[in-house]
Design a protein around this ligand. Structure first.
Ligand code: UAG
Ligand code: ATP
Ligand code: API
Ligand code: MG
Length: 488
């Protein structure tokens, strides 16, 4: 419990009406969950404006209202705080409410279109292996030591986020690694957090439904680095066209990693196959379990961050060499009879799909067919649909377009948008099967000895969301079931 006064530090306040020496038991951004003694922060969202629910919040017992515009009628038994920016205030107030846990941890944020989960998860596993108690906030799951807490977002809302960080502090964590999505930066979910470091992986086409233009998407990502403190490090991928732009205005200590040019952390791929990567990192040759060039980048980012956090290079590389990738990222099984390699991967952007298929191409001995099963999510960036389809068709022998999470959209309509991206001369290699399980079954039926199947887009996800209903679905489990059924 805190008084309202205690949690207003650093908030850009415009006006106060009422007593700030009142006790606040919880902060809330959703009126539907308000109870007596809560403070309700009215945030303008994408679909609606939290200011519309102020009366409802008060009726449910809210003791304080934080808003950008004061309601016309102000009640005597409620305290109203008018702020410059409610979303930002929610982050700062959440930090204050939970005694600013990010100041008590070494918190590292990872941003970029692809690789966030992989980098954050490997950092968590590395630091755990080095003997530290750590926290993780990621798309797949949140973790405090061995305890797994399900995750609903890549980056949670600021109140849940600070509550999770506070729990990490309470449980003795020294380090926390988190993904920072572009939505989170734009919606100020990370406002008020103190980062010890920020990592940029890459930026390619995604989320243009939300950010509208690629320039705006870049600007949002860059603002994360602009806001890092001078005490933090800012580590960037020098091989990404926008790598240096990200660090242009940062106050943080700048550092770079690269596979292609001189950088603070320099790597070179010596071998890349299904058993893993052999790389030269700085002057050391290291074997890693992770597969593919894109993971060479992720490994370099992790290595660089660990060194910037003061860890010894040799111990870091030794520990890193035995670490597995995140669930559903180039996760493969081999069928018992025909040795079909079936890969489940979370590639849900054109660039990720291109990279995974390029990695698969490198793994081919020659004669194997590559069969790709892929769909695109509904209620998300529509522009990426024909592009992902073109990438899949171009780099596979056979392609099956299917549903990802159609959400509120018509799955067949999404598939039609994908089909439109395939050039005429490649149409013959494509079929469309709306039902994802049937699509996977067809891929396995088509596959001969040692062929490679890629099931892309859903990775670790355990559900398929169709018309607002989440149906249990697990790509890897379906592959295993169907392999047995078909006696492959
Ligand atoms: C598009 C988007 O990011 N939406 C997020 C946003 O919701 P919103 O803007 O739609 O909110 P809204 O419905 O307009 O409501 C505005 C405000 O009024 C409040 N409200 C609303 C109704 C009501 O009755 N009472 C009430 O108080 C809401 O709690 C909210 O504070 O703020 C909510 C609270 O933080 C988030 O849960 C929600 O995530 C939705 C569910 C979502 O799907 N987000 C995805 C796109 C997302 O964030 N993805 C990124 C990863 C992307 C990636 O990099 O791949 C992530 O970090 O997970
Ligand atoms: N460094 C990378 N560069 C390009 N592609 C990558 C990289 N790392 C992973 N990928 C590809 O992107 C997919 C998603 O990886 P990951 O889950 O680590 O990214 P993410 O940034 O967390 O994604 P999300 O935005 O959904 O949280 C992987 O399954 C793989 O296909
Ligand atoms: N974090 C991403 C995940 C996309 C995963 C894909 N399976 C889909 O549902 O579109 C998003 O919310 O856009
Ligand atoms: Mg992620």
């Amino acid at each position: 419990m805190k008084t309202l006064r205690d949690i207003l530090y650093n908030v850009g306040i415009r006006a106060v009406h009422g007593n700030t020496d009142i006790t606040i038991n919880t902060l809330m951004i959703d009126s539907r969950s308000i109870g007596p003694g809560n403070a309700f922060i009215a945030v303008k969202g994408v679909h609606t404006d939290g200011h519309q629910y102020i009366d409802k919040a008060i009726a449910q017992g809210a003791a304080a209202i934080i808003c950008e515009t004061m309601p016309t009628v102000l009640l005597d038994n409620v305290t109203y705080i008018e702020v410059d920016n409610s979303a930002q205030a929610s982050g700062i107030m959440a930090g204050n409410f939970y005694d600013n846990p990010s100041h008590k941890l070494q918190l590292v944020g990872v941003t970029g279109t692809n690789g966030k989960t992989t980098i954050a998860t490997i950092l968590f596993r590395l630091f755990t292996r080095l003997g530290y108690h750590c926290g993780l906030l990621s798309t797949v799951q949140n973790q405090i030591g061995d305890t797994v807490i399900p995750s609903t977002h890549t980056t949670p809302d600021p109140i849940s986020l600070n509550a999770l960080l506070a729990k990490m502090v309470e449980e003795g964590c020294l380090y926390a690694f988190m993904e920072v999505s572009s939505h989170a930066i734009h919606q100020q979910r990370v406002a008020g957090l103190k980062f010890a470091g920020g990592i940029f992986s890459n930026i390619t086409h995604d989320h243009l439904d939300y950010h509208k233009t690629f320039d705006e998407y870049i600007r949002v990502k860059k603002s994360f680095f602009d806001n890092l403190p001078a005490s933090a490090f800012a580590l960037t991928n020098l091989d990404d066209k926008r790598g240096m732009v990200m660090l242009q205005n940062t106050k943080a200590r700048k550092a770079t990693y690269s596979l292609r040019t001189l950088a603070d952390f320099k790597g070179k791929i010596l071998e890349n196959n299904l058993t893993g990567l052999i790389m030269q990192v700085d002057d050391t040759e290291v074997h890693f379990r992770l597969i593919g060039e894109f993971n060479a980048y992720n490994l370099l980012a992790v290595y660089g961050a660990a060194v910037l956090l003061g860890k010894d290079k040799t111990s870091v590389l030794r520990a890193l060499s035995d670490i597995q990738g995140a669930e559903g990222r180039f996760d493969y099984i081999v069928s018992a009879h025909d040795q079909i390699i079936a890969i489940v991967d979370y590639a849900h952007t054109p660039d990720a799909l291109k990279n995974v298929l390029a990695t698969i191409k490198n793994l081919r001995k020659g004669h194997e067919q590559v069969i790709t099963v892929v769909g695109c999510g509904g209620d998300r960036d529509t522009a990426k649909r024909p592009v992902m389809a073109a990438v899949a068709a171009d780099s596979s022998d056979r392609v099956i377009f299917t549903s990802d999470n159609p959400r509120s959209e018509d799955p067949d309509a999404i598939i039609r948008e994908m089909e439109a991206g395939v050039p005429v001369h490649q149409k013959k290699r494509v079929i469309s099967i709306t039902d994802r399980k049937e699509a996977i079954k067809t891929a396995l039926t088509l596959a001969g000895k040692e062929d490679i199947i890629l099931v892309a887009g859903k990775g670790h996800e355990k559900y398929q969301e169709i018309k607002g209903v989440k149906h249990p679905f697990d790509d890897k489990q379906v592959l295993e079931e169907v392999m047995k059924l078909l006696d492959k």
